[in-house]
Design a protein around this ligand. Structure first.
Ligand code: EPU
Length: 420
């Protein structure tokens, strides 16, 4: 199993490019099931989760080709089954995103129920209830979601009592081919949801309200082939900016979308970073001492849960006491015990972490990655810790960060990937 060895203490300087967004690529890949013909995608990140989604589509008969520049072409003209198998779904919960498109296109779907998860129980009840509202019969049997809509899906009004990103995406993909109008109330407003909407509209779907809490979908008979470029990954970008806020230095991230990252940029400024933006690039300079920042996670446009772990790392070496509240997932603090092993002064009470920062707090230790963003927080801690930090189980990080050690080493970090 691969590990990362990180020698802490180097400032990070230079220019890099943001990769395409994982959480946009996954639903957009799933949306290819709705088409008759080919979907061409560019800026797809080279990540384990993307490979898993490709395998899920391939297992249903989709033909996928890829050129040297990572441009994908997915042809779903010859699909031969509507089953997302447990062996694939268990490795990635986002596989549930094929439920809506399969039901819309074929009137039936079998998708393995995703199992446990390191960050919380993460049920899929909202996905299932919404499919029922659209007229599907849904049962869970033998570890599978079995859904049928013999006479096709019918538009409906769907109110989410909890905002759900992939829940909203599944309903969107089901409703675009349903008969009549669907209204989604309390929809997720994440930029990745808007990216999916843009792609679906390019295929001929009729959706209005992108970026707001209420989405109106008017069903159409069929969708057409198109080419689409995935938006830049705001969480990857924010993770690298946070790294430089911690190590000190000067970084420019090109091909990024600062307009989708305001809550995080505000917090990095509050921590002492100097940030300037252009429409597609961000520069961060850090040459003052780091100040602690309180955060509370919430759906977009507020502070993302996917940056909570990285900000706990930042707070371990910042001046002052910080309070970090996690409101989205009930168990997303697995990184805290590992950061404590590296010297962080962190205490947990319910969904709140209290961090007493100290610029010399972190020292190296062997630590273990437990989920994607937790792994990122350990990499950031390793970049500033004294000595060489060894991070085990880094397959978690390869699910969501493209060539992380290459990108950081190009900025001056000292990271080595070793196997065994
Ligand atoms: N929820 C339910 N029932 C449901 C669905 C969700 O109770 O049927 C609850 C969840 O348990 C959670 C809350 O609703 O408490 C919000 O979860 P959401 O459904 O929005 O999460 P998700 O769609 O499963 C996506 C991202 C996550 C990100 C969350 C929150 C993708 C593929 N995944 O997950 O990304 O943390 O939204 O923003 O888009 C990551 O990239 O590391 C990651 C975990």
């Amino acid at each position: 199993m691969d590990k990362l060895l990180i020698e802490g203490g180097s400032k990070l300087n230079g220019t890099m490019r943001a990769s395409g967004a994982k959480n946009s690529a996954l639903p957009i890949l799933a949306s290819s099931l709705l088409l008759e013909g080919k979907l061409s995608l560019s800026n797809v990140p080279h990540l384990k989760d993307v490979t898993t989604m490709i395998e899920v589509l391939g297992s249903m008969g989709a033909e996928i080709s890829l050129d040297d520049d990572m441009n994908f072409e997915i042809n779903t003209s010859n699909l031969n089954n509507h089953i997302a198998r447990y062996e694939l779904v268990k490795t990635m919960r986002a596989s549930v995103l094929v439920l809506g498109p399969l039901l819309a296109k074929f009137g039936q779907a079998e998708v393995a129920l995703p199992g446990g998860c390191a960050i919380g129980s993460r049920p899929v009840n909202l996905h299932l209830e919404s499919m029922k509202k659209l007229g599907a019969e849904v049962v869970t049997e033998g570890g599978y979601i079995k859904a049928k809509a013999v006479n096709g899906l019918k538009g409906a009004e769907i109110l989410f009592d909890t905002i759900s990103v992939t829940g909203t995406e599944n309903v969107l993909m089901a409703a675009v081919l349903a008969e009549g109008k669907t209204i989604i109330k309390n929809a997720a407003r994440e930029p990745e949801v808007s990216d999916l909407i843009e792609c679906l509209c390019q295929m001929g779907a009729r959706i209005s309200g992108a970026g707001t809490k209420e989405l109106l979908i008017e069903g159409v008979q069929e969708l057409n082939p198109t080419s689409f470029k995935i938006i830049p990954d705001r969480i990857e970008t924010a993770t690298y900016l946070t790294a430089v806020a911690m190590t000190g230095g000067n970084i420019t991230i090109k091909d990024s979308r600062p307009d989708t990252m305001e809550s995080v940029l505000d917090k990095l400024r509050e921590a002492g970073a100097e940030i300037t933006t252009e429409s597609d690039s961000i520069n961060l300079k850090m040459d003052s001492s780091l100040k602690s920042v309180d955060i509370s996670t919430a759906p977009y446009p507020l502070f993302p849960t996917d940056m909570q772990a990285q900000f706990i790392s930042l707070n371990t070496i910042a001046k002052g006491q910080a309070k970090v509240v996690e409101t989205i997932f009930e168990n997303r603090f697995m990184h805290v015990q590992e950061l404590i092993r590296m010297g962080g002064d962190i205490s947990l009470a319910g969904n709140t972490a209290i961090i007493n920062g100290n610029s010399d707090a972190l020292h190296s230790a062997p630590v273990m990655a437990t989920d994607l963003r937790a792994s990122a927080s350990l990499v950031l801690a390793g970049l500033v810790a004294k000595g060489v930090t060894k991070i085990d189980r880094i397959y978690h990080i390869d699910r969501g960060y493209e060539r992380i050690e290459e990108k950081l080493n190009a900025l001056g970090a000292k990271i080595e990937r070793v196997s065994g």
